[in-house]
Design a protein around this ligand. Structure first.
Ligand code: GTP
Length: 363
């Protein structure tokens, strides 16, 4: 029996999620207290995929092995980009050629996409059409940040343009970051150098009439930017807490939707939520208010703190009487002293001892 394989591209630098991504790869960012990669494994496994090849750099491999997300029955293999030479989005596929093999088409997905798609249907459509590549297409309002497909007859993509200016985009059908490739596509990827699948491979396949699209309407979200990351957490939190019994707390208030991981402690008169996600062992003092925010594991928050619309990285320490404003990002192990007001970004391990009121990077 052929094993259904998927390649997960997760070796990028996630520059748009800095400084949080300085300490962890995008694919391990928690989505409602579970690493994104674990959600991806689950989606693939539910669709009959048996094996996932993680195309990463050595540092990302290290982080994944350390965190060892649940595999959901998948067999995992790593394919590592050469040191100091990121291979782009097609180079890693070529590099993994031997692991992938030539016997069957395979699925490729970006490791920074939260998607609950019918991968099986995408795969079957690809096999039936005889295309060399079939892209999962999503409809969005502004296609200019994505790869855009101009459709021809049937499901054939006539033209594929990466990130066109908004007024030049030929449609609002975009590459969802998930596609199926036939092994013949290896011949289109030069080896030993960075290659972009979106800029160098898809446009040629489109010209040759070998690129197809398959419209998907499942859940799909890109977590590439901080606001998208927060929005993804909000949407998933909503869907997970819709039908759960809301617990009443004795000394503090929970305004649902809220997610509290194990070991969380909350002081009296604190108001948590709506849309507050607290990771493992987060310690919250008295009179604290948290909403619209994601707090990673092991964070300590002292008394009389308010946090609104922020992301706080692992093991950060927030002092007494601190106000953390909207869009603030505090990276892992950062420390914020007492009596401060903060917006902008704080780098990993940085200690902040003065107000930061303008959106700036505090390193
Ligand atoms: P930004 O720097 O914020 O644009 O993020 P990114 O480059 O990490 O992500 P982008 O959306 O550009 O890439 C899409 C997917 O391909 C992501 O899951 C990346 O991790 C992955 N990717 C990007 N470049 C590389 C690379 O050089 N090697 C590997 N193995 N994966 C890559």
């Amino acid at each position: 029996m052929t094993r259904l394989k998927a390649v997960i591209l997760a070796g990028g630098f996630a520059t748009r999620l800095r400084p949080l991504s300085c300490a962890r790869p995008k694919t391990l960012f928690p989505i409602v207290n579970k690493p994104l990669l674990e959600w991806i494994f689950q989606g693939l496994s539910d669709n009959g995929v048996n094996e996932a090849i993680l195309a990463v750099n050595a540092l990302t491999q290290f982080h994944i092995k350390q965190q060892h997300p649940r595999k959901h029955g998948l067999k995992l293999k790593f394919s590592i980009d050469p040191p100091k030479t990121p291979l782009g989005t097609a180079g890693p596929i070529k590099k993994a050629e031997k692991l992938i093999g030539h016997d069957a088409p395979f699925i490729v997905l970006n490791g920074d996409i939260f998607a609950y798609l019918n991968y099986k249907e995408l795969f079957d459509t690809h096999v039936k059409s005889g295309a060399l590549a079939t892209i999962a297409l999503c409809k969005v309002d502004d296609p200019s940040r994505y790869g855009v497909a101009e459709m021809g007859k049937g499901n054939c993509i006539k033209r594929f343009i990466e990130k066109p200016p908004r007024d030049k985009a030929p449609s609002n059908l975009i590459n969802a970051g998930v596609y199926v490739l036939s092994p013949k596509v290896f011949d289109y990827i030069p080896s030993g150098r960075p290659v972009s699948v979106e800029r160098e491979v898809f446009p040629i396949l489109a010209e040759e009439g070998k690129l197809f699209g398959h419209f998907v309407n499942g859940l799909w979200m890109d977590i590439g930017k901080p606001e998208e990351y927060l929005e993804t957490n909000r949407i998933i939190l909503d869907s997970l807490t819709k039908n759960i019994k809301q617990k009443k707390a004795k000394n503090f208030e929970l305004n649902y939707p809220v997610a509290l991981d194990t070991g969380v402690s909350i002081g009296e008169k604190s108001v948590i939520g709506p849309y507050a996600i607290l990771g493992k062992n987060v310690k919250v003092g008295k009179n604290v208010q948290i909403n619209n925010s994601v707090i990673f594991a092991d964070v300590t928050i002292d008394d009389c703190v308010s946090i609104d619309g922020a992301i706080i990285g692992e093991a950060a320490k927030i002092g007494k009487n601190v106000k953390i404003c909207c869009d603030c990002i505090i990276a892992d192990h950062a420390k914020v002293r007492d009596n401060l007001e903060l917006s902008g970004k704080v780098c990993p391990g940085k200690e902040v001892s003065e107000n930061v009121l303008k959106p700036k990077v505090h390193c």
